[in-house]
Design a protein around this ligand. Sequence first.
Ligand code: ZN
Length: 149
Amino acid sequence: MARKPRSQIVCPRCGAPGSIERFYSNGRAYLRVRHSLGGGKRSYCYIGPADSYVHVELLHALTLTNLVNTDPAQVAERALEELISSARFVHGKKDLEGWVARAKLAVDAVEIALEKLKRVLEEKEAELEALRREEERELLRQNGLLVYK
Ligand SMILES: [Zn+2]
């Protein structure tokens, strides 16, 4: 049987060109990107369960579009869940080293991002609190209960 030409995509994991394909493990369908390394050699990047369109949408959201219309908290959570579930498919020294390195980078990145997010959140909470106080004062002023200083 002649093999159909596969359309090349940019791999959402590593950024290299490859073709997406389905594979089966324990009766479940999963997606992976196959990279041709030349000389008949290949490598694969795990994408996620094929029955979950959410994952494909997530990967598109992360790589193709901006995040304006996406809930960033949900995207972050799903991305980490993806990393965790990909651990099931990691075997062999090279893959294990790669996965461990990626997971450590992710943990570092999340910790740094969380610190930044906490600082911005505190600033915004203070801003909101100031607005609320100003609103209260304005209400009192309108009702003649507060003398303008
Ligand atoms: Zn890849």
